[in-house]
Design a protein around this ligand. Structure first.
Ligand code: NAD
Ligand code: UDP
Length: 329
């Protein structure tokens, strides 16, 4: 039987496809290529170009393949854009997930691993953030992700669909072979933006605020390697195959790095001075977001292999150096 990966042409999805194939899984990908790349999808996966909101397409995918479980990445995920266009987020994220779960019910598929986010928590009361912390999303993006988690809860009760929701913190890095990596247009994430400076694509990195209540005044985040995230999806699948009940897990490295520290590490990895200029704060940025991932470690047996941020940046630099303009398509 096969694993259906929605959004498998995207950044985290394409790395997860490679991880699943390495464990001998059969993989089917559905992706609209809205933000993903056809050439990011391994040739060993079966690919359908299309939108998960298209019920006829999903009928065809579930009809033509014996799908055992779904890993669901397909979503819109820009916080700022979601504030400008909330309805587009309700449409793609919530209605998209409704359409997917509807097809799962119709075709008798009862397992789903879901891409959730630290944005479901909002400004934390304490760090590291545990899964039992209050969820108070501060954007339509975070709100739709939380609503999707709640949709899964009710669908578990009503239809017996088991879910594992994985709340990622800051995904970064690239596959160590350098063939796939991060290519978002526009790019909003810190590490690839920093690396645009040594690539000659921007003059300097703008630091969004240096007056936060942290040691050097810049925001602290928890950076987790994309292959460690990919591996957690496979472990989540094993967890459901073993018959465990639905659950929610944070995925982060458990260590916090300030924007300033990330820039310094990137300077040492790239051997480039990477000039930095302080610019105004970005709306909605909490000062510190660090995950407690002890639940994923103890329950799923997750052991991140890339727990050194310099190594993570090195894998990203390896990809960007070889693909300065991203994927050819
Ligand atoms: P991405 O944009 O690279 O990947 C998303 C993929 O889904 C793209 O290939 C896109 O074309 C596809 N897609 C979007 N809507 C679709 C639809 N309606 N039908 C079919 N395909 C569709 O994003 P990413 O960074 O790989 O993130 C993957 C998931 O992880 C998202 O759900 C995101 O919210 C979540 N997430 C990402 C991060 C991060 O740091 N990148 C952090 C937390 C959570
Ligand atoms: N950031 C920054 N300059 C940039 C991009 C990001 O200072 O050009 C900061 C941002 O304010 C946040 C951290 O880097 O504190 C990580 O941002 P990113 O967008 O990568 O992830 P987020 O934490 O928003 O999910």
């Amino acid at each position: 039987m096969a694993i259906l990966v929605t959004g498998g042409a995207g950044y985290i999805g394409s790395h997860t496809v490679v991880e699943l194939l390495s464990h001998g899984e059969q993989v089917v990908v559905v992706d609209s290529l809205r933000t993903g790349h056809r050439s990011a999808v391994s040739a060993d996966a079966r690919f359908y170009e299309g939108d998960i909101r298209d019920a006829e397409l999903l009928d065809r995918v579930f009809g033509e393949n014996a799908i055992e479980a779904v890993i669901h990445f397909a979503a819109s995920s820009l916080v700022g854009e979601s504030v400008q266009q909330p309805l587009a987020y309700y449409d793609n994220n919530l209605f998209g997930t409704y359409s997917l779960v509807n097809a799962m019910v119709k075709h008798g598929v009862n397992k789903i691993v879901f891409s959730s986010t630290a944005a479901t928590y909002g400004e934390p009361e304490r760090v590291p953030i545990e899964e039992i912390a209050p969820t108070r999303p501060e954007s339509p993006y975070g709100e739709t992700k939380l609503a999707m988690e709640n949709m899964f809860r009710w669908c578990d009760k009503a239809y017996g669909i088991k879910f594992v929701s994985l709340r990622y913190f800051n995904a970064c890095g690239a596959h160590p072979d350098g063939l796939i990596g991060e290519d978002h247009k526009p790019e909003s994430h810190l590490i690839p933006i920093i690396l645009q400076v040594p690539l000659g694509q921007r003059e300097h990195i703008g630091i969004y605020g240096d007056d936060y209540p942290t040691e050097d005044g810049t925001c602290i985040r928890d950076y987790v390697h994309v292959m460690d995230l990919a591996n957690a999806h496979w472990l989540a699948l094993q967890h459901m195959r073993a018959g465990h009940s639905s659950d929610v897990f944070n995925l982060g490295s458990g260590a916090g790095f300030s924007v300033q520290q990330v820039i310094e590490l990137a300077r040492s990895v790239t051997e480039h001075p990477i000039p930095a200029v302080v610019s105004p704060r970005r709306a909605g940025d909490p000062a510190v977001l660090i995950a407690s991932s002890s639940k994923a470690r103890s329950v799923l047996g997750w052991q991140p292999r890339y727990d050194d941020l310099a190594t993570i940046i090195r894998t990203a630099w390896n990809w960007h150096k070889q693909h300065p303009d991203g994927y050819a398509d």
